[in-house]
Design a protein. Structure first.
Length: 118
């Protein structure tokens, strides 16, 4: 009696988990680069502060806000996919158990001569 998902089902789950994890890592790396640039611009000496730098700071702050939202969405998507795949795995296990039970019942009936033993 098999109580686990098939290898292809496991491979699919692992593939999408890896894709989501990779995208999350990429977004975090971009976020860190932008945070570093923002930190450097904010800490320029006063005489080096230009209008262009101020616009860039505001632009970076908006971008960082977007990236933080994107990270949250990716994390939710990953968690939802993991929960969904776990739910599917549970259903597959339940169906496998039922199948094995009915298969055993059928084999027992066939061994004893059917529903109406003589």
């Amino acid at each position: 009696m098999s109580l686990s998902p098939t290898p292809s089902q496991n491979n699919t789950v692992l593939f999408w988990e890896a894709v989501l994890e990779k995208e999350l890592v990429n977004v975090v790396a971009l976020l860190e680069k932008k945070q570093t640039r923002l930190f450097l611009l904010r800490n320029l000496p006063f005489d080096e502060q230009t209008e262009s730098n101020c616009r860039t700071i505001k632009f970076l702050e908006n971008e960082l806000s977007t990236f933080v939202g994107l990270i949250a969405v990716l994390e939710q998507l990953k968690d939802s996919y993991i929960a969904f795949s776990a739910s599917i795995a549970d259903k597959l296990i339940s169906l496998s158990v039922q199948r094995d039970y009915y298969r055993k019942e059928l084999m027992d009936l066939m061994a004893t001569g059917g529903v109406y033993p003589s």
